[in-house]
Design a protein around this ligand. Sequence first.
Ligand SMILES: CC(C)(COP(=O)(O)OP(=O)(O)OC[C@H]1O[C@@H](n2cnc3c(N)ncnc32)[C@H](O)[C@@H]1OP(=O)(O)O)[C@@H](O)C(=O)NCCC(=O)NCCS
Length: 147
Amino acid sequence: MVTWHRIDSNEGFDAHWDLLALAVGYPDADAQGRLRVMYMKDPTCQLFAVRDGGVLVGVVGWRLKDAASGEILHISVVKERRGEGLGRTMILGLQRLAPEVGSWIAETDDDALGFYLALGFHSADLGEVYPGVLRYRCTLAVGRPYA
Ligand SMILES: CC(C)(COP(=O)(O)OP(=O)(O)OC[C@H]1O[C@@H](n2cnc3c(N)ncnc32)[C@H](O)[C@@H]1OP(=O)(O)O)[C@@H](O)C(=O)NCCC(=O)NCCS
């Protein structure tokens, strides 16, 4: 059974950092500190650990942008459990968690673009945001036929 737990302490954040870091562009100590403050102090941001049968399988973080839209900030599934539908389950879980959100966005790169497209998101090219790295803004209006 898949269960969700809100990560709500600095210690909890650090305990999940290695997995979260897989979804962070430059996961150095500065990024760890900056994201710890963001998830622990900003009331619009939430980070969750997802377990299957009690075993950690993923982390997902999001923020409420405004009353009707949400942004997926980070999603990471442990390497040995990828391709089993857990990422999809986590995005659907966020939608259940925040039913007031009518549209979701996520910014991503070439590596994970196909994931969001497979889930029914539409993508817009943001260009080369970092040298040599193409980024995309993916959007999903809830209520659209879900892939
Ligand atoms: C991206 C990630 C979360 C996907 O998780 P996952 O559990 O493997 O995804 P799912 O098994 O739920 O896949 C759902 C669909 O997306 C597709 N998909 C998954 N990852 C993909 C990828 N990297 N490229 C293209 N398609 C992908 C799957 O084929 C599947 O499509 P289908 O239903 O048509 O068969 C996982 O690969 C990961 O943790 N990557 C490292 C961190 C990262 O890049 N995060 C995203 C940027 S913040």
